[in-house]
Every structure is written in structure tokens, then in C-alpha cells.
Design a protein around this ligand. Structure first.
Ligand code: DX5
Ligand code: ZN
Length: 226
């Protein structure tokens, strides 16, 4: 499987950013070449943590032209999807585990005007998405249990990426959690093209430099795969 290098992208996750300086933090990675920003929404029910909601997405939308990739870690996502899209989300991903009617929820996101992604927790098999692969615009595989930044990468996720890539050559596959400059190449070689990185970018000594380094490693990993 050879992916177009242009399509391998590091997505900085603002969960690890300094929220008091959010505009500056985003501007730094935008200038460094990021194409998308990953926005983690947590409700304290589906995951044991609370983060941000539509008003923050609306403010970010005014501050950047980058695509906003909104990861909903919430119960009953259908209730909030229109508000997030109205606030400026370009794509929204929902957890298979949080949706009673995943097919309907993915179609709702698309009808409201955004790209729709299906997310799996580390414990949920790839096979559970078999019947929505024709509907989803992308799949996000969690490589940590969702809820917090800065957790250890779960290596079995790479096998899930390979399994998914084997049944879907063109689908964008996103990976999220515990990605560092040490494991990013393995994620790309397994078949990921959208790679979320929070702590390793925003908790580093310089977000722009950390982004550039990870983006370079990711692109080179693909080059030697050919
Ligand atoms: C975890 C979130 C991730 C998080 C990743 O629940 O979905 O997007 O921000 O953070 P790092 O890269 O620090 O693991
Ligand atoms: Zn996330």
C-alpha cells in the first residue's frame, strides 16, 4: 500500500495547548505547515474528563483557516452535531461505542455539511465498522483509552490499522493517542495518513519545531516504504 505523501498529515491536538494562549499556539503550527487542527470534545460521561464545547470551536474558527477536525467523546452526539458544525467544524468524528445508530449519525454529520468519521476505542474491533465503511469519510483508531492527553501508546493499534488498510485502500485512517517522534514512522508504515499529536507538539519546548520534525519523519517513513 503506497499512500500519496501529500496526504500524510500531522494533526496538532489542542488538548495539550495552553488554552490561555490558544490563538498563538494554533498560529504557530499553522505557520509551520499544519493543514488541520484536532479538537477534543469531552463530556465527563463517555470519558472521565471534560474539555470544550461549541463556543470554543467558534472562537478557533475565527482565528484560523485550518480545517477543524472535531473528535466528539460524548454520549448522544446527535444532539450536538449541528451546533459544532454551525460553530465551524469541517469534520466530525463520533465513537462507535457512543452511537446507537452509527449509520444515521454519520449521515447526519454529512447532511449538516461536514466530513464524517467513525472512531474506535482500543478495545473495539475493526470488524464492527464493516457495514459503515461505505458511508464514513474516514476512520479514527484510538491508540490510547480516550479521556486524557499524554498517555502511553498502545501498540496493538498498529495491527488494527493494518487490518483496516487491507480492506480499504483509499479511506483516510487517523490515529490518536501517545504519538511521538519515535513511533510516528511505524504508524505511517502501518497505513495511517492522519496522525494526531498533542503532548509531543504542545508540551515540547517549541510547538512549530516539534510539528515540523514529526511531519518530516512521517513523510520520510512513507518515502522509504515505496
Ligand atoms: C485523547 C484525545 C487525544 C489527545 C492526544 O482522549 O482524543 O486527541 O489529545 O494527546 P497525546 O498526543 O498527548 O496522546
Ligand atoms: Zn482526539
Amino acid at each position: 500500500m503506497v499512500l500519496n505523501p501529500l496526504h500524510v498529515q500531522i494533526l496538532p491536538s489542542i488538548l495539550a495547548a495552553d488554552f490561555a494562549r490558544l490563538g498563538e499556539e494554533i498560529a504557530a503550527v499553522e505557520e509551520a505547515g499544519a493543514a488541520m487542527i484536532h479538537v477534543d470534545v469531552m463530556d465527563g460521561h463517555f470519558v472521565p474528563n471534560i474539555s470544550i464545547g461549541p463556543p470554543v470551536v467558534k472562537s478557533i474558527r475565527k482565528a484560523t483557516r485550518l480545517r477543524l477536525d472535531v473528535h466528539l467523546m460524548i454520549t448522544d452526539p446527535d444532539r450536538y452535531i449541528p451546533a459544532f458544525i454551525e460553530s465551524g467544524a469541517d469534520q466530525i468524528s463520533v465513537h462507535q461505542e457512543a452511537c446507537h445508530h452509527l449509520d444515521r449519525t454519520l449521515r447526519l454529520i454529512q447532511t449538516e455539511g461536514a466530513r464524517a468519521g467513525a472512531v474506535l476505542n482500543p478495545a473495539t474491533p475493526v470488524s464492527t465498522l464493516e457495514d459503515v465503511l461505505g458511508v464514513a469519510d474516514f476512520v479514527l483508531l484510538m491508540s490510547v483509552n480516550p479521556g486524557y492527553g499524554g498517555q502511553e501508546f498502545l501498540p496493538h493499534t498498529l495491527e488494527k490499522v493494518r487490518r483496516l488498510r487491507a480492506v480499504s485502500a483509499d479511506l483516510p485512517i487517523e490515529i490518536d493517542g501517545g504519538i511521538t517522534s519515535r513511533n510516528v514512522a511505524a504508524a505511517v508504515r502501518a497505513g495511517c495518513n492522519w496522525i494526531v499529536a498533542g503532548s509531543s507538539i504542545f508540551q515540547s519546548s517549541g510547538a512549530a519545531a516539534a510539528f515540523r520534525e514529526m511531519q518530516q519523519i512521517a513523510s520520510e517513513a512513507l518515502a522509504i516504504q515505496v
